[in-house]
Ligand binder design. Structure first.
Ligand SMILES: Cc1cc2nc3c(=O)[nH]c(=O)nc-3n(C[C@H](O)[C@H](O)[C@H](O)COP(=O)(O)O)c2cc1C
Ligand SMILES: Nc1ncnc2c1ncn2[C@@H]1O[C@H](COP(=O)(O)OP(=O)(O)O)[C@@H](O)[C@H]1O
Ligand SMILES: [Mg+2]
Length: 217
């Protein structure tokens, strides 16, 4: 395993997602092994891996992106952020678009035999990006929502962070995931990525259509 001390805190080009991103995956939230919350303190919404068949070359690893949950089953009600709904305020849709970090693969630490897609949904942040203090506060506790098993989830993967690793301890795995959350937040706060979260009027037609897909349930 390479040096995990001095990791870059931003991943992917500043100009926006580049091929093969954005990658679209969706499906109902299913049960995993129950380790995310219980052992790591980091809940991950697992969705079926079938959608990966369309991307046979996609390597296992850790990615960042944006997520929406079917508002017919799950409605986000927290007023934690500056804009509350995470959509930048005053937008047509009230469905929250969340920043997310995810793992695709076999979880080498646990030696799974089946490939899984597991998404940790992070707290929404304001359109001008997470302030340093807000970011540090979020790092202390991983974001927890009420359970939403069975809810349809749409995911746009926007960038790649790192390969999956085995670890010497659970603490080392959790610490790397903490840094992944920071990398995802900083990467998504850049203008060419934040538009997927906030959908401002000046967004390009491709961003608009990808957001339409994201919010279509
Ligand atoms: C951002 C992120 C990065 C992860 N990186 C790794 C990793 O490098 N190696 C690993 O074995 N598991 C990794 N995991 C997966 C965790 O081990 C997994 O979330 C945990 O086993 C929970 O599984 P469960 O949903 O089946 O309960 C990562 C998970 C997340 C959310
Ligand atoms: N921030 C969050 N991100 C993802 N899932 C969350 C979050 N908060 C709560 N959950 C809930 O926790 C479940 C995941 O917990 P986890 O311990 O990983 O269980 P499982 O092994 O069944 O995936 C999700 O399916 C979802 O219902
Ligand atoms: Mg999980």
């Amino acid at each position: 395993m390479p040096d995990r001390q001095n990791r870059p805190l931003v991943a992917g080009p500043d100009g926006g997602p580049s091929s093969p991103f954005p990658i679209k995956l969706s499906g109902p939230v299913i049960k995993g092994f129950g380790r995310g919350s219980r052992e790591l303190g980091i809940p991950t919404a697992n969705i079926p891996a079938d959608g990966l068949k369309e991307y046979p070359d996609l390597e296992s690893g850790v990615y960042y992106g944006v997520v929406a949950l079917d508002p017919g089953r799950f409605m986000y009600t927290s007023g934690e952020t500056a804009n509350g709904d995470g959509n930048g305020g005053g937008k047509k849709s009230t469905t929250t678009v969340f920043p997310a970090v995810l793992s695709i693969g076999f979880n080498p630490y646990y030696k799974n035999t089946v490939r899984s897609v597991e998404i940790h949904i992070m707290a929404p942040f304001a359109p001008n990006g997470p302030a340093e203090a807000e970011s540090q506060a979020q790092e202390k506790h991983f974001h927890k929502l009420p359970d939403f098993y069975g809810t349809n989830l749409n995911l746009l993967i926007l960038g790649y962070i790192r390969p999956e690793y085995d670890y010497v301890s659970l603490e080392a795995l959790v610490e790397d995931i903490r840094v992944d959350c920071e990398v995802a937040r900083r990467s998504l706060a850049r203008d060419a990525y934040a538009c997927y979260l906030f959908g401002d009027d000046s967004s390009s037609s491709s961003v608009k259509s990808e957001r339409e897909w994201l919010l279509d349930f």
